[in-house]
Design a protein around this ligand. Structure first.
Ligand code: ADP
Length: 503
């Protein structure tokens, strides 16, 4: 089975969030399972700057569409055994210092990318790149940037070679849709989207909406979020289309790189530990962390951490208010690592000004520090308003910090609430309301548990640390999804094979 991932981001080349993480890790795992997965992303300017010397020119072709003909250059490299193709074409891709620009320009660029991606798939299928012909069986597209492709595929299906190619759309974030793209689509020569659901719901110009209707199969990145997308609160105006495709939508939790994120070997930690040794060894990481943040080195003071983008989606505005209470009422210490909206950064800084001896805020991005915080803090607060999957709560559990989370999306699927007794179940603390009071009282409950029920606390730590968050299970679910998508276009079993070298 040949699967071409087509996306705006892929870690480590270009990443702003979960989308980049998934495209950066899932294809390699798929290949180990016998799926010939490859990736096509734009050659963003920053990729050229940072990875230019690794890229090899593969082929160039003339790509024609209504506004004219463009030269498309395809570069390639291999990442974790995955062939990655980079698309360069002026003026859309190949320069600039950012992955995304403003919405007007981005809509034009990604419509072009989607159209050109179809042509790249075709060129690969013809063997024009000088290698063996490689026509994908499945086009796996992600978020609004490439959500036009299922429609382009639908239109191409009457042509030989395309009739049994299937599409899968993964929704990582419903809040960005590529709205009002009608004019750009017309200019780019994209034919009318005549699906009646799109027409009656007035979504023929919404790129993500188009993908939702035309993709053969859909998924989002947690089972709970798949349910949430059916409702206005999370569907962001596309919930009506989600209902139309209800039977083709599933939630597949993102996996975690369990090797890279392993407290037994993580070089970022002051002291490595495992679920067998954390009861004695983990405390050194807490002390080191307190030292690093210039906090009093007290073993008994509960240490609350936040590692997050500081934006409303993450609930950081009301969390800051709730934390103000907790800092005033308890001996808990707080450490914050994040960047984001200036107003929310300011809110966090004010906590440090007012409670400087017990609250420290690091505005910035620091991957090693994030690992040390998971490995040394007692709790990680994740009060998101919505969270399609979320990785930080899984990382916290893996590293023995108990997550305190709002019950939404992947947080609801991964954190089991404490039973308030011996912790025969539970891996953290869960609340529902998006209110400072909920943050305040849930944290106080967690702090009480930390103080007075050590055995229960440690059982929760151990349980969290022993969970396997790896890609093994999600990858099987993705393979099943590809098979279902292929069945929809009339293909029987498309075997998993020994994978040939790409070129
Ligand atoms: P999202 O992708 O919505 O930002 P996730 O929880 O899915 O949230 O992933 C966030 C990832 O980014 C985690 O790996 C987390 O450790 C990391 N991260 C977030 N903010 C920072 C920061 N300021 N410094 C270092 N790592 C961060």
């Amino acid at each position: 089975m040949r699967v071409l991932f087509i996306a705006a981001e892929m870690a480590p080349f270009a990443k702003t969030g979960g989308l980049g993480d998934v495209v950066g890790s899932l294809p390699a795992v798929l290949r180990r399972k016998g799926v010939d997965a490859r990736v096509l992303i734009p050659l963003h300017g920053p990729i050229k700057a940072a990875f230019g010397d690794r890229l090899e020119h593969l082929f160039t072709f003339a790509f024609s569409r209504r506004p004219g003909t463009a030269d498309v250059h395809i570069y390639t490299t291999e990442q974790d055994g995955v062939p990655v193709y980079f698309l360069q074409s002026w003026p859309f891709f190949g320069e600039g210092d950012a992955i995304y620009t403003d919405l007007n320009w981005d809509r034009e660029r990604f419509i072009f990318f989607s159209q050109a991606a179809m042509a790249v798939a075709w060129e690969l299928g013809q063997g024009h790149h000088g290698g063996e012909p490689w026509m994908p069986d499945v086009l796996h597209v992600h978020d609004w940037h490439t959500a036009l492709i299922p429609f382009l595929l639908h239109e191409a299906r009457f042509q030989p070679g395309w009739e049994d190619v299937a599409s899968v759309l993964t929704i990582h974030n419903m809040a960005y849709q590529g709205w009002d793209a009608g004019g750009y689509l017309w200019m780019a020569g994209v034919p009318g989207r005549h699906d009646p659901h799109l027409i009656y719901q007035n979504k023929t110009d919404n790129l993500l909406g188009i993908g939702i209707i035309y993709a053969d199969k859909l998924n989002t990145v947690s089972p709970r979020h798949a349910i949430e997308l059916h409702y206005p609160r999370f569907g962001e105006g596309l919930e009506g289309l989600i209902w139309v495709r209800d039977s083709d939508l599933v939630g597949i939790l993102n996996g975690l790189d369990m090797e890279h994120n392993n407290p037994e070997t993580d070089p970022a930690l002051a002291r490595n530990f495992s679920w067998r040794t954390f009861r004695t060894d983990r405390i050194e990481n807490k002390r080191a962390l307190q030292y690093e943040f210039a906090l009093e080195q007290r073993d008994d003071a509960p240490l609350i951490a936040i590692v997050s983008r500081l934006v409303e989606q993450k609930g950081m505005d009301f969390a800051a208010e709730g934390l103000r209470w907790v800092l005033a009422e308890t001996s808990a210490q707080l450490i914050v690592l994040g960047t984001g909206k200036p107003e929310i950064e300011e809110q966090m800084r004010r906590l440090e000004w007012d409670f400087g001896w017990k609250a420290k805020v690091y505005i910035g991005y620091n991957a090693a520090l994030a690992q040390r915080m998971y490995g040394g803090a007692d709790m990680l607060l994740v009060p998101s308003r919505y969270e399609p999957c979320g990785l930080t709560q899984m990382l916290a559990m893996r590293y023995g910090a108990l997550p305190v989370v709002r019950e939404t999306g992947g947080l609801a699927d991964t954190v089991v609430n404490y039973d308030n007794g011996p912790a025969d179940q539970g891996t953290g603390f869960v609340f529902l309301w998006e209110e400072p009071e909920a943050v305040r009282h849930t944290l106080r409950w967690a702090i009480d548990t930390y103080r007075n029920r050590r055995a229960a606390w440690e059982r929760m730590q151990e349980r969290g640390m022993r969970i396997d968050w790896g890609w093994e299970r999600p990858v099987r679910q993705y393979i099943a999804l590809y098979e279902q998508a292929l069945a929809k276009v009339g293909r029987g079993q498309v075997g998993l094979t020994e994978i040939r070298q790409p070129h």
